[in-house]
Design a protein. Sequence first.
Length: 349
Amino acid sequence: MYFGIFGFLRTKDRKDTATMFYGHLTLNERGKIEILLGDHSLREIAKKLGRNVSTISRELRRNRTPRGYNDLRAQAKYVERRKECRPEKKMSYQRLWKYILDKIPEGWTPETIAGRLPMDYPDDPGMRICHETIYRSIYTNSQLPFLIQYLPQSRPKRRMRGQGKTGRAITNPGRVDISERPGIIEERTRYGDFEGDLIVGAKQSGCIMTLVCRTSRLLIARKCEKKEAELVADAIIDSLQDMPISWVNTLTFDNGTEFFSHQRMAQELNADIYFAQPYSSWQRGTNENTNGLVRRYLPKGTRFSNLTQKQLDIIVEQINNRPRKCLGYQTPYEIFLKQRNEHRVALSA
């Protein structure tokens, strides 16, 4: 019986609550509170205004003075508090926005900028900003839309990311699935584990072979004239054969036909080669993310016919000297130098 009574009370409360308005009090409502306050209880005032009694209680606690409650004075206090909780100083600090305007065209993302600022300006509290504030400013400030073209996803409007594809037959002979890859590779604790892919130019106008080290995120890229397995294998072997043997342990590719010469690569580089599962690009996320950085310089629809290796090397240098969140906002090249020095010390010990 008690359950029925309490259930009735809860249902009644929900009906009353459903009619209430949730939002900031207006000047008109504050005027009504001032008028009703002398002859009505807080619950009666709340009911007349269609508000929760706690809203009325908080309003009086914040804005009532020893001389009583005044609607105009309460509204003025409300306006001042709103200004304080939405500071505009970030938007007016010229040094900060000069840094942002310089870095975004260089390929830095808002998140990279926000993370790197404390490292570059440790003693300047004004050089701090949330990456979401940068995004919001670019998309809402009428003077900044030109920066959209430099963002990772240069869309006119921000939107949710879509879903991928599933299912495809695997025909690569001798393929070793990524599930058989040693667990140490997932730890990213050693140098020499690479992920590889191919970026194809518009209308098959050449392609770019990319290799990314899983620990340092260092990018290696070579221009290929055609999307052919032997040419791609030559480019990969040429890129890695001068490295110390201990620095080339594994390579992980997708299931494209351009990697069908993997057995020759494995033999000449003395490395183990693994393949991600079909349509599982997240299994090679380091490489996919870095390819996205390359695409910001060479967007889809770009023909690679006139692209030279020298021009590609300039792009690679900029990417390798770009701070990365996953590296604590250090650059891939900085991490690479540390690893190389540690390797030399280990060999000389």
